[in-house]
Design a protein around this ligand. Sequence first.
Ligand code: KG4
Ligand code: ZN
Length: 336
Amino acid sequence: MRVLGVESSCDETGVALYDSGRGLLAHALHSQVDMHQAYGGVVPELASRDHIRRLVPLLRRVLAEAGSTLADLDAIAYTAGPGLAGALLVGASFAVGLGLARGIPVLPVHHLEGHLLSPLLSADPPQFPFVALLVSGGHTQLMRVSGVGAYELLGESLDDAAGEAFDKTAKLLGLGYPGGPALAQLAESGRPGRFKLPRPMLHSHDLDFSFSGLKTAVLTSVRERPLTESEKADLALEFQEAVTEVLVAKALSALAACRLERLVVAGGVGANRRLRSRLDERGARAGVRVFYPELELCTDNGAMIAFCGAQRLLAGATAVCDGSFAVRPRWPLAEC
Ligand code: KG4
Ligand code: ZN
């Protein structure tokens, strides 16, 4: 089965072709980072318009790279939520229009489910069941994953997501958008010991998170006096350490609570090198194996949507092609 995946939930346009027998045939991505940079964050209307511009050229590229034509497609999967309403509508109408033109089924996919299953696209995929740590720009969640579509929420952020905290803290430190990678890079030159930030909810005896206080603590440090470049790097390092420590501790607690030994890390913050090395280190000591998606599939992409759509269809999901579609800007994963 050959499934085209379309991702347009935020600031990347992704298209990919996945074959259930042969694996990922091709994927192409356009990032809107340069366009939104001038505004210090994503401008939803500009995001929607840019998705419109990019989808057809990306589709052509993917088909050419895969040596396929539209006639080879068996189904189309698109991100139906969560995300920016206008941006989602662009991908949804593109997918449904194409499906109608070709007379093939079209399947709405949950963006976070795409992230969650993305490590299964790697050469050495994890077996079910596993615990997933989902760390994206809008979500920080721990889930027990027993199979495709079987997701149990174990804990989540009560306020800011980890990615959001990275982005807001980066802004406070005068770094551009997107803040996560910029802050991580600054932290590389930081030294420990100069600043001490809290580890929110580290000992809360549950699997929930809270990162907004951390950002406020950074704000307090920034407001006290102008920071030198090396002080900013030290603060970035301490911030990254605080987030990492909490994420690692809670992920290990979730594994212990579920009596599982496999952890999957997905979402943009999963690209963070410090988080990866601490998870690997602490995981190895606890007898836990940690699985990540390929680095290029950590952030938003069409491949995870094509893959997720294919898995859903193989598991018996019904997909129709009657021209109807809906997007869900807010959509809890447990409801998908
Ligand atoms: O999964 P994603 O691409 O989009 C959403 O679905 O939200 O995640 C984007 C988030 C942003 O907050 C970005 O700053 C963060 O992931 N991010 C990182 C890194 N790369 C991306 N955060 C920390 N370190 C990184 N290396
Ligand atoms: Zn995402």
